[in-house]
Design a protein around this ligand. Structure first.
Ligand code: SF4
Ligand code: SF4
Length: 432
């Protein structure tokens, strides 16, 4: 009973802290703009199955992609056992989900095997990060803090797997008739099987508690880590843009005015009291919820930056930095915005985090968004910030400013109106 009470208190604390983090994220979303309508549910589920669960994008890198996918699939298998531990802990039971029979056996066997696989892979990933100088993991946005966060989260996962295997070892040694459900731990349990029963019991309990406490700690650390993609990647893939990547979002009011300008007989739109407070994005509150969820989902893997032609040719632009900067700025400003929507610290995402040079270096090729394994749409953020520069500050490169002036004055991007199009042929003799 005492164990149950302590466990209940631990669960309540863990849930309370997690709920506080989720509440802050939802409040942040509440002051952001709408992105696009959430419809076409069938297509969204298909994409979730293919890109989310099937990990198709990450598998484009056959070896390392497959290893990462194994970790993801392994987590899904292990999740079943974690859920069972929660029930067992709350109600003082042991392996409650055994009532599911073969399904329980399947998850116990696969969870145990995956725990060993993940343990080995995490050691490989840590070695790659720490000892190998992999270009994809470097860049101006990859600060010491970012590297420490990545290594810390990987170490937590490693400890999670060690404690899970330890728990299974203890259980296998105590219950030889069920040891076949833990094939890896059964072999490892030969190390302790000759110990007396009370040692085995304490061994199993220590690992049980270590594992569940690590789960609670990990879950509450994630919202402040790049590893938040553990929670966010599936929802972000589900919510991703279904239109072609190259399709820009139009501002409805501006579109109507342009239509009227081109064709005065076009129907005049109904008067709307919606004032456009800002064209494009200068700071986080001008962004959409999708920009925010993208920034929360970014794993900082660097696949986007590694294919960016601007970055590859030595320009300042790094699409990964866009996501990191948005999240950093959100962390800096959102606690104040939650209290006062008019809060202004005389700083902004544009210029204080992301420079104009970075923005204009983008070719809008969409390679970054195409490559991102969690369907992040970097160009939409870049285009919104350019929209602000263009429409509010007229601060585009001079060639673009000239082009827009020409369109406005002449209805064509050149210095001449369409009516002058054939003037070059005026003095030529043309047979009619
Ligand atoms: S935006 Fe996507 S591809 Fe780029 S670092 Fe983040 S997760 Fe990786
Ligand atoms: S769309 Fe822009 S940021 Fe993305 S890869 Fe192309 S140039 Fe780089």
């Amino acid at each position: 009973m005492l164990k149950q009470l302590i466990f209940l208190a631990t669960v309540l604390i863990a849930l309370g802290v997690f709920a506080y983090s989720v509440r802050n994220i939802l409040l942040n979303i509440s002051f952001l703009k709408k992105a696009y309508p959430l419809n076409r549910w069938g297509e969204r589920f298909a994409r979730l199955l293919k890109v989310g669960f099937g990990q198709t994008k990450i598998l484009r890198f056959p070896l390392i992609g497959f290893l990462h996918a194994l970790v993801f699939w392994g987590f899904l298998a292990i999740l079943f056992g974690s859920f069972e531990m929660l029930i067992d802990g709350l109600f003082g039971l042991e392996k409650f989900l055994k009532i599911l029979g073969p399904l329980h056996h399947f998850f116990m066997i696969s969870g145990d095997i995956f725990a060993a696989i993940i343990l080995i892979l995490i050691i490989v990933f840590l070695f790659r990060r720490i000892a190998l100088n992999i270009k994809r993991f470097s860049g101006i946005e990859m600060t010491h803090k970012a590297h420490t966060d990545a290594n810390f989260a990987l170490t937590l996962i490693l400890l999670l797997m060690v404690s899970l295997l330890g728990m299974n070892m203890g259980y296998s040694a105590l219950n030889p008739s069920e040891a076949h459900l833990y094939p890896v731990s059964k072999v490892l349990s030969y190390l302790i099987v000759n110990q007396n029963e009370s040692f085995l019991h304490i061994f199993e309990q220590i690992n049980w508690w270590a594992h569940i406490l690590l789960i609670f700690f990990f879950a509450n650390y994630l919202p402040y880590s790049k590893h938040f993609h553990v929670f966010m990647s599936l929802p972000n893939v589900f919510l991703s843009k279904l239109e072609p990547l190259t399709q820009m979002s139009n501002m409805e009011r501006v579109t109507q005015e342009v239509k009227l300008m081109l064709d005065p007989s076009a129907p005049i739109p109904e008067e709307s009291n919606d004032l456009i407070e800002r064209f494009g994005m200068k700071d986080i509150e001008d962004g959409t919820w999708k920009h925010y969820t993208d920034s929360l989902t970014c794993t900082q893997c660097g696949r986007c930056t590694s294919v960016c032609p601007a970055n590859l040719t030595g320009k300042l632009l790094s699409p990964r930095k866009m996501m990191i900067d948005f999240r950093r700025r959100m962390n800096e400003k959102s606690p104040h915005l939650r209290k006062n929507k008019q809060y202004d610290d005389q700083k902004s995402l544009l210029d204080d985090y992301i420079t104009r040079e970075e923005l204009w270096a983008c070719t809008t090729c969409n390679a970054c968004a195409q490559e991102c394994p969690v369907n992040i749409d970097h160009p939409s953020m870049i285009l919104e910030m350019r929209r602000y520069l263009f429409m509010e500050e007229s601060a585009a490169p001079s060639a673009l400013n000239t082009m827009s002036t020409n369109i406005e004055n002449n209805g064509a991007p050149w210095q001449y109106p369409p009516s002058d199009r054939l003037k070059w042929a005026d003095n030529l003799y043309i047979n009619e």
